[in-house]
Design a protein around this ligand. Structure first.
Ligand code: AMP
Ligand code: GLY
Length: 423
């Protein structure tokens, strides 16, 4: 089969590396890809939002399956565009991708179908939102309705902060049109866990759990980022938690989408908060997490193409999804200054140390191949990932491997997986 992967981050490198292991695959293209993806796929310089060019390319190359890894093209309807041209595509159609595309939609869905989540109100004008805050309990959480690169969430400790937040989201449009509507919701406490799943419209099969580290600095300080590192599985995702989520969250979400006439096929990523009152949904995403994919996919035993085809064909009930009984840790190497301002184009060295290893991986995010060699090309640069018999071994191996790579301004958190020690 000929595969086209749309995207060019660490997640897409992890997807490409997993697709490359499939016996069914003869050729992989990736648009736009990056330097690391270029080692397992042919990268084509087409952006993920250039739908016409992507469809024309897929048609010309007779692509058998297009895999859309990113939220923006999914929410924009790229899967529909591929399908309209007769190309099989993995991922939700536009009418289902709204599960991530609109936080107001997802909150209303959860309320209507009794799926546990934080109490909330939706607003489409700033005056009403500001008036609501006067009677609300602090801290409180403000969320821009639309996609905002994972940055559209503000946690406010005081009324003043919350009012400023409403103004910056709804009036100053800090997150652009994503802030035309907003959700104001109850602040929850607890541990966060990510659970990714394959969905075929009716059946859902969850993958192993993972935990991200969203803040830029050690000890969960600093600004929110796309994710600075992950570990999998989460020792806090117990059998009891799994039972609860199976009973009240996972199938309920798939059934709710079907009942709304928005059949969901693809990946649902459940962002969960394990509160003192039980698990609650923080958010839904329509795609693999980044860098959750980097610790989940290397542990998957199945042929990913078979699983994706089962999602499209509605035969996921016949798939026995299996993961290795081990653990993985991913430490993101970023550019100094991320997530605010950072330089690009720094020459990187040390990649050869990863060659031929099957338990330590260097997933590329913001990298580019130039005549001089591989250079940095983004905020998150690499996801150094290791598998181990347990989380502690995986963490030690991943941190050891972060030393193999050198570039000016290399920045990382030093406490990815520190929570493991408390488990
Ligand atoms: P989201 O994009 O909705 O996952 O939000 C980003 C991050 O904000 C989450 O990973 C949480 O750390 C935090 N967050 C979101 N909603 C809440 C909430 N209701 N209570 C506490 N923290 C939250
Ligand atoms: N790591 C969080 C996300 O992919 O949204």
């Amino acid at each position: 089969m000929k595969i086209l992967i749309v995207g060019g981050g660490g997640r897409e490198h992890a997807i490409a590396a997993t697709v490359a292991k499939s016996k069914k695959v003869s050729k992989i293209y990736c648009a736009p890809g990056n330097a690391g993806i270029g080692m397992v796929a042919e990268c084509v310089p087409i952006g993920a939002m250039e739908f016409d060019k992507l469809v024309a390319f897929a048609t010309e190359k007779a692509i058998d399956l297009a895999i859309v890894g990113m939220d923006d093209p999914l929410v924009g309807g790229l899967v529909d565009a591929f399908e309209a041209a007769g190309i099989r595509a993995f991922g939700p159609r536009k009418n289902a991708a709204i599960l991530e595309g609109s936080k107001a939609f997802s909150k209303d869905l959860m309320k209507k179908y009794n799926i546990p989540t934080a109490a909330y109100e939706n607003f489409d004008n700033a005056e009403e939102a500001l008036a609501y805050l006067e009677t609300a309990t602090m801290p409180i959480v403000l969320k821009a309705d639309g996609l905002a690169l994972g940055k559209g969430v503000l946690i406010c400790n005081t009324l003043e902060e919350a009012k400023e937040g409403v103004k910056s989201i709804m009036l100053d449009k800090q997150f652009g049109t994503a802030g035309n509507r907003m959700v104001i919701e109850e602040f929850m406490t607890g541990r966060e866990v990510s659970v990714l799943s394959f969905v075929d419209g009716k059946t859902i099969k969850t993958m192993t759990s993972a935990q991200d580290h969203k803040r830029a600095g050690d000890g969960d300080t600093g600004l929110n980022t796309g994710g600075m590192g992950t570990f999998s599985p989460s020792p806090f995702y117990t059998e009891e938690v799994d039972d609860f989520c199976k009973k009240y969250i996972y199938q309920a979400t798939v059934d709710a989408m079907a009942a709304e006439g928005r059949e969901f096929k693809g990946i649902i990523f459940f962002g969960l908060m394990l509160t003192p009152n039980g698990p609650r949904v923080l958010e839904y995403n329509d795609r693999f997490g980044d860098p959750e994919a980097q610790v989940v996919l290397p542990r998957m035993k199945n042929d990913i193409i078979e699983v994706m085809e089962a999602c499209i064909d509605g035969t996921l009930d016949q798939v026995d999804l299996q993961f290795e009984y081990n653990a993985a840790v991913c430490v993101v190497l970023a550019s100094a200054g991320y997530p605010v301002a950072y330089e690009k184009g720094k020459l990187m060295t040390g990649f050869e140390a990863f060659e031929g290893k099957d338990d330590v991986f260097c997933f590329h995010a913001g990298t580019k191949l130039t005549d001089a060699g591989i250079v940095t090309n983004g905020g998150r640069v690499l996801g150094i990932t290791a598998k181990g018999a347990d989380l502690k071994e995986a963490r030690a191996k991943a941190y050891a491997a972060t030393e193999w790579i050198s570039f000016e301004g290399k920045y990382m958190r030093h406490d990815i997986g520190a929570a493991i020690d408390e488990a």
